[in-house]
Write a protein that binds this ligand. Structure first.
Ligand SMILES: CC(C)(COP(=O)(O)OP(=O)(O)OC[C@H]1O[C@@H](n2cnc3c(N)ncnc32)[C@H](O)[C@@H]1OP(=O)(O)O)[C@@H](O)C(=O)NCCC(=O)NCCS
Length: 192
């Protein structure tokens, strides 16, 4: 598949290089970044994650892009699109997600990158819908979802099937955005 990359005023959303692995390891090893996930990842798990991301790019041309600051070349995290890889009532679907290094939070980078990812989803991939999901207490992530025009599907709450029954992070909320909603937002200047 031809590789899709994109950019924003401040960021490149680019494919990963093997040289990015140390930055990904550091990101995934930060307990605060990973507080809404089962556990931080060790170096081996991050290497496996990088391989999975690169395999998704190879198959589909898009994925969770590396986020690079254009002003200084620093790799600050990941934002992108991926086919949901587990069974749920809303699957098949493409999800949008983000994970940024703590030093770069609260500067609008996640929303800026996510808008560019949605533009790829709707303008270049021709998708009809994009979903996102997280645990109810992850308010920053839900704030990004709302900022880019996604709406919570109240009927979409689900138990993440890859977590064991009774796990405290099992309950998830689901957000969606349809292509028509994104186009309406773009014409009002809030999506781009
Ligand atoms: C979620 C995350 C990417 C947000 O990154 P960010 O760069 O700080 O987000 P932005 O600066 O683009 O902010 C987007 C919106 O979220 C809000 N927000 C950011 N952090 C917040 C917080 N801690 N509490 C409440 N709202 C928050 C911002 O105010 C902004 O809302 P606005 O547009 O209405 O002002 C970042 O906190 C992160 O990487 N968290 C750890 C990984 C994670 O949980 N990923 C999501 C898994 S589903």
């Amino acid at each position: 598949m031809p590789l899709i990359e994109t950019s924003t005023e401040r960021l490149l959303l680019r494919a990963w290089r093997d040289a990015d692995l140390p930055a990904l390891v550091a990101l995934n090893a930060d307990a605060e970044v990973m507080r809404h996930f089962p556990a931080p990842l060790d170096a081996e798990q991050s290497a496996q994650m990088l391989a999975r991301i690169q395999a998704h790019f190879d198959e589909y041309g898009f994925g969770f892009w590396a986020l690079e600051r254009r002003d200084n070349g620093e790799l600050i995290g990941a934002t992108g699109l991926a086919h949901v890889g587990f069974e749920a009532p809303f699957v098949p679907a493409v999800e949008i997600g983000w994970r940024l290094a703590r030093a770069h939070w609260h500067q609008g980078y996640a929303s800026e990158a996510a808008r560019a990812a949605l533009a790829v989803a709707f303008e270049r991939l021709g998708l009809e819908q994009v979903v996102s999901f997280t645990v109810p207490v992850n308010l920053p992530s839900q704030a990004v979802m709302r900022t880019i025009g996604m709406r919570r599907d109240q009927a979409g709450d689900f138990l993440h099937p890859l977590l064991p029954s009774g796990h405290p992070l099992q309950a998830h909320v689901l957000y969606r955005i349809q292509r028509s909603e994104w186009q309406a937002g773009a014409s009002m200047g809030i999506a781009g």
